[in-house]
Design a protein around this ligand. Structure first.
Ligand SMILES: [Zn+2]
Length: 431
């Protein structure tokens, strides 16, 4: 049995010891279990966007923020940041090149216009991405150009053609249409008809704030996402609710618990922002909207927390940080955890691009040292995105330990003693 204290050197650091004692009282497993149990309960019906279940979850998170005496964010008079997105759903595609029908799987339209009907006589620029070009890099330049394009993509890109879909942003401000068609040659004549239905979806982030003592204009964000997959097809066990206990009720439990901790300690020089993002599972719309509304230069760091309910591949008391090499955020956290029982390491699953798969990505693209902390064994997390992701499969004691570790690791950033280096601004291309 380990007798390791959170912070050794007791005599030299007696003030830190009192923090350590403090932390065990505030971040305790009974409280963590209480929050996690409510968030992952059947009452919230899997917290899918646009359902009464997720609205109830939002109410619960807001009530916890209120209990922890958080302030409102910016100009808001509530913890809820409401916004809406336009969703375009493709209803039909018809394309002919030199009177020959093109398979609809070979057509991708990036547009927010419901109906498009064009021929070679239309005012569209014809472009081509050859086999030698980098498909996604070229695709972005046409999408960003604000002109209408018909882009012929060489069939040697067939395998990665579908990746263009990732640029389908529900972006209401853009008026141009870019249509990509896989074809070995440029047609002399063509006819393309694309029909979409467009629907508006209302969404809500939940945000609470602890203003900084002196550096009010410097923000440190603690976040997770509260949406999940909803209700699936009934299965043999008769449980069809995807409760998402680990993904990401665990992250939201951490965010709420950390807000309670920092509100009790009250020693933050910088302003702390606690966010429960919506619509992560459907495209990260919550974090994208939030980041479109702020001056990213003011955000000093972002601790995004995803799936910390199971032990990591290294066992108890350890977690990993995505995008570790992109800033010195991870090094600062490791330094603050030195001589504690806890250990944060670089993401061991780089081939899964986890850095780009969560809510940190939107802020990181703007240069913010925004990283995700997780314990999820992405090569062997058996309940990931299944109806079995239930509270019973979580290790609440270890989860409580990880939340403490996040609190301790963030201390010098919260207190403005450390400022992580910025991430290279990669807006759009890497998302
Ligand atoms: Zn998640």
């Amino acid at each position: 049995m380990s007798k390791k204290l959170l912070l050794p050197g007791i005599l030299l650091f007696s003030s830190l010891l009192s923090t350590a004692q403090h932390i065990n009282k505030i971040i305790d497993s009974t409280e963590v279990k209480r929050i996690e149990k409510i968030l992952s309960s059947d009452e919230f019906q899997g917290r899918k966007i646009s359902t009464p279940g997720i609205d109830k979850a939002a109410e619960f998170i807001a009530s916890e923020f209120k209990k922890n005496k958080l302030a409102f964010w910016g100009d808001l008079h509530t913890y809820k940041q409401d916004f809406s997105i336009l969703k375009t759903i493709l209803t039909s595609t018809t394309a002919y090149f030199d009177s020959k029908k093109i398979d609809s799987n070979s057509v991708i339209a990036i547009t927010t216009q419901p109906d498009i009907s064009i021929t070679e006589k239309s005012d569209y620029h014809l472009a081509r991405i050859s086999g030698k070009n980098d498909l996604l890099k070229e695709a972005v330049t046409y999408i960003e150009d604000n002109k209408n394009y018909l882009v012929i993509v060489d069939t040697s890109h067939a395998k990665s053609f579908n990746k263009i879909n990732r640029f389908k942003k529900e972006d209401i401000t853009k008026n141009s249409n870019v249509i990509f068609i896989l074809s070995p040659r440029i047609p002399l004549s063509y006819r393309v008809e694309i029909n979409h239905s467009i629907t508006q979806t209302k969404l809500t982030n939940i945000i609470g704030v602890i203003p900084g003592k002196n550096k009010k204009d410097e923000y440190v964000i603690f976040s997770g996402h509260y949406d999940h997959l909803g209700v699936g097809k009934p299965n043999n066990n008769a449980d069809s609710i995807f409760n998402g206990a680990n993904d990401d009720a665990a992250g939201i439990t951490a965010v709420i618990t950390l807000s309670k901790y920092f509100n009790t300690v009250k020693d933050n020089e910088r302003t702390l922002v606690f966010i429960a993002f919506t619509a992560e599972e459907t495209g990260g719309f919550g974090s994208k909207y939030f980041s479109s509304q702020i001056n990213a230069d003011k955000v000093v760091a972002m601790f995004n927390i995803e799936m910390i309910g199971t032990e990591s591949k290294w066992g108890h008391n350890s977690a990993y940080i995505t995008g570790y090499e992109k800033s010195d955020f991870g090094k600062i956290l490791q330094k603050n955890l030195r001589n504690t029982a806890f250990n944060f390491k670089p993401d061991p699953y780089p081939s899964q691009y986890l850095f780009y798969r969560s809510d940190n990505a939107a802020l990181a693209a703007l240069g913010v040292p925004a990283h995700t902390i997780s314990t999820s064994k992405m090569d062997n997390e058996i309940y990931y995105h299944t109806a079995e992701d239930e509270i019973e499969t979580l290790d609440i004691k270890n989860m409580t330990a990880i939340i403490k570790a996040i609190a301790i690791s963030s201390q010098t950033i919260v207190n403005a003693k450390d400022t992580p280096t910025r991430i290279e601004n990669t807006s759009n291309i890497d998302q």
